[in-house]
Design a protein around this ligand. Structure first.
Ligand code: PGA
Length: 263
């Protein structure tokens, strides 16, 4: 039996002070539901403050990205050792926004190459996080055009294969995978629960082929993409959906609280 997991991805929102205020407004109620695992992924800068506020609760702190080298001349990057030192438990890897694949593009196409995550960098990030016992939340998902062309399963299978390439199945215990259809992220358009379940089921099948049934059954598969309190219950109660990766709605403490309760 996999414990449900709800992760709030705050993206580039909330200053340190705003982050503290948000945590303060949901901490008691969310902490009173220990049967659901919960994590918040604030900006790097707000991690220490959020971690401090959550330290006597069951709510964990996650990061939104990582660089794969331990230290050195990598201006602007944050290493897995730094995340570990800051008490980070989870780390998002391969989010469509770090891959440069946007559901709602507001980014100048000329700057899109800044967001240049590839299967290879995702694979390196997974390896270094596992070494530090930080649980990766590996994001996969298709764009609207890929779905229209009937390529959903092929794209996701390729992303999983690239990310997990060469990794030892025994090291992947506790890995989290998030199915996030790119067209549903930040658009208000949610994937129907039955279709999300179908894709998450096929992700588990692919994991079973790669890692074996026992290992695949320990992996939590989340759904992400315009999750809100009005659709979370139906989504989270599908057999292969073990919770959610929540962006926009996690910024509203009342909404976030309701989403956690629905799990
Ligand atoms: P959203 O984002 O809930 O705002 O659609 C989800 C995510 O990107 O993780």
């Amino acid at each position: 039996m996999r414990t449900k997991l709800v992760v709030g991805n705050w993206k580039m929102n909330n200053t340190i002070r705003e982050a503290a205020a948000a945590v303060d407004s949901f901490i008691k109620i969310v902490d009173a539901k220990p049967d659901v695992d919960v994590a918040i992924c604030p900006s790097y800068l707000a991690i220490p403050r959020v971690r401090e506020l959550l330290k006597n609760t069951h709510i964990k702190v996650g990061a939104q990205d990582v660089f794969w080298e331990e230290k050195g001349a990598f201006t602007g990057k944050v290493s897995p050792a730094m995340l570990y030192d800051a008490g980070v438990t989870f780390c998002i890897v391969g989010h469509s926004e770090t891959r440069g694949r946007f559901g709602k593009v507001e980014t100048d196409p000329a700057t899109l190459s800044v967001f240049c995550e590839s299967d290879l960098t995702i694979n390196k990030k997974l390896q270094c996080l596992l070494f530090y016992s930080i649980t990766p939340i590996l994001c996969v998902g298709e764009t609207a055009a890929e779905r229209k062309d009937g390529k959903t399963d092929e794209v996701i299978s390729g992303q999983l294969g690239g990310a997990l390439n060469g990794l030892d199945p025994t090291e992947l215990y506790g890995l989290v995978v998030a199915y996030e259809p790119v067209w549903a992220i930040g658009t208000g358009e949610t994937c129907e629960a039955a279709e999300a379940e179908r894709v998450c089921g096929s992700i588990r099948q692919k994991l079973t082929q790669k890692l074996g049934e026992d290992e695949a059954n320990t992996i939590r598969i989340l759904y992400g993409g315009s999750v809100k309190s009005s659709n979370s219950r139906e989504l989270f109660h599908q057999p292969n959906i073990d919770g959610g990766l929540v962006g926009g709605a996690s910024l509203d403490p009342e909404e976030f609280r309701k989403i956690v309760m629905s799990a």
